[in-house]
Design a binder for this molecule. Sequence first.
Ligand code: ZN
Length: 154
Amino acid sequence: MSDNWFVVIPSDPEFRPNKDAISKAKQVFCAIAPLAEEIAVEHDAEPIRFFDCGGNFSRTLCPGCGAEIATDTWHRFMDTDFDATTRGFTLNRHETPCCQTQVTVNDLTYDWPQGFARFGFSAMNPDRDPLNPDEVARFETALGCPIRVIYRHI
Ligand SMILES: [Zn+2]
């Protein structure tokens, strides 16, 4: 038995939506994923967390040149960034080994997408196709910021 989630996070990891924006965005999520078993707010406004895509993850690419980043390099970036006290991520800049682009772990290209944020929404087992551009735009209007959508499979 496996489960799927649509997870929506702000593109900007520092973004903190206000209560009104959260409630509007939740209404959008309920409207576009009416079959979801649960729609939840994850990690509300606390340290920057990692929102992963579970079993959909296959590899990490350099945003500068497109080369694949070795898993141990990515893990080293992640370990350096992780603050054990807050259990959050500091998002410091690292240099990619392929072309020396300065990136945070949030800037890396993940296949499938993953990201970092203080806050996220999730819909469990929405039983529908990925969000279309119009639905993404409705979400962004409600939340007041650009979003990243993560399709998590566990
Ligand atoms: Zn590169």
